[in-house]
Design a protein around this ligand. Structure first.
Ligand code: S3P
Length: 171
């Protein structure tokens, strides 16, 4: 399999699906959020609080650009906001096959209930924030993707199976 990049909204399961795919095909997983945490030496919430979102976005693009030199196939899972910059979308296409894990707002809310690690959803009216952000970002994810996979109500195994089938069909 060539390099696969998973994009989509918070709670779509990018990291979970990425881990399963990486295990199944025995290829390394790179999670951009994890790389950012390592680089900055603090959590994502801390980066947002202490340095601001723009600083986070800069590290995010930097981490992505480091994957352009990657020689061997990898699985990449990226933060939900990464495809919003055009510069990043261009890099994604150069790095590998971009898969959009599409999710409904209800699924996001259910999965992220009680979660405190997403600064963009912190505070009151999480429901409204999820709906607004998803509406705004949906077309951008769509534009960035080579393949779109709806994940609502599906198990990780089902998603991975479908994903591999779709990639094979496309090749
Ligand atoms: C963000 C998504 C998060 C993380 C940061 C910002 C976003 O990643 O990068 O909190 O803008 O959607 P996940 O999509 O892995 O939750």
């Amino acid at each position: 399999m060539n390099t696969v990049i998973l994009i989509g909204f918070m709670g779509a399961g990018k990291t979970t699906v990425g881990m399963a795919l990486s295990k199944r095909d025995n290829i390394p997983l790179v999670d951009t959020d994890q790389r950012i945490i390592e680089k900055a030496g603090m959590s994502i919430s801390e980066i947002f609080a202490r340095k601001g979102e723009e600083a986070f976005r800069q590290i995010e693009s930097q981490v992505l650009s480091e994957l352009l030199d990657q020689k061997n196939p990898i699985v990449v899972s990226v933060g939900g906001g990464l495809p919003l910059k055009e510069e990043n979308r261009r890099m994604l296409k150069r790095i590998g096959t971009v898969i959009y894990l599409k999710v409904r707002p209800e699924t996001v809310l259910e999965r992220l209930k009680g979660d405190t690690t997403r600064p963009l959803l912190a505070g009151p009216d999480e429901k409204q924030k999820v709906r607004e952000l998803l509406e705004k970002r949906g077309p951008i994810y769509q534009e960035a993707a080579d393949l779109v996979l709806c994940v609502d109500g599906k198990s990780v195994e089902e998603i991975v199976g479908e994903l591999e089938e779709r990639i094979r069909e496309q090749a």
